[in-house]
Ligand binder design. Sequence first.
Ligand code: ZN
Length: 247
Amino acid sequence: MIKLERAAKPSILYDNQEKWQQALDLAITKYGSYSAIPPKEKESLVSHYRNALIKEALFESTGEKCAFCECKPGEGGNIEVEHFKPKSLYPKLTFDWANLLPSCRKCNGSKSDHDTGLSPIINPYDTDPESVFYYDDIRILPISKNKLAENTITVCGLNSVRLMRPRAEILVSLHDFSDAIRTALEDYASCTTNLQKSNRSRRIAESVERIELLAKQSERYSGYCKKYLEKCDPYNAAKQLISDVNL
Ligand SMILES: [Zn+2]
């Protein structure tokens, strides 16, 4: 999970939010509650939140990834528009831009109608997940037993097998690239001429670029890769060397 920047509210919401909400409110009054609205009528009243322009703005802000688990479409089911506070419990927030985020089917299903108003979890548009999570091998864990982080892990199933498996696969690549950097650094240390050093330092820079690609914001599970790099000694030594030789 990584910090996300909320995009500007789409114009279709500016133009229609009030009208859509009023129609939904009328139905709630007519039938007595949100849950009492007949399913077909409810679907036609609420489906606007999945409008293509709303989806586009949301999905763009995450690089087409799930806001919670950072999977790409296909891994956790399609990415859907999710209500942070469930519309079944907070119908007034059905078309509220700040209540919408893109979520995969797995996270959406796991979260279901969990009441985030009563028992909050992290909204990555509002809270920086990096300040409350760390990784132990392939598991995500709360820093200092942070309650919000603990709750998010449980509610979204962030340590389920479907997420630990790709983390394990990525970890193999990260270890591989890290070993390549370590070897390149050792080669550099044994160089005796400036020309050799210059050639070797270029190789180090290329290895660093390769490993950094995995942690790019647009890549799947980039938060996991980023945290790995923070603690990766060969990578940090290579960054220092690159900065020293001004590559
Ligand atoms: Zn997800």
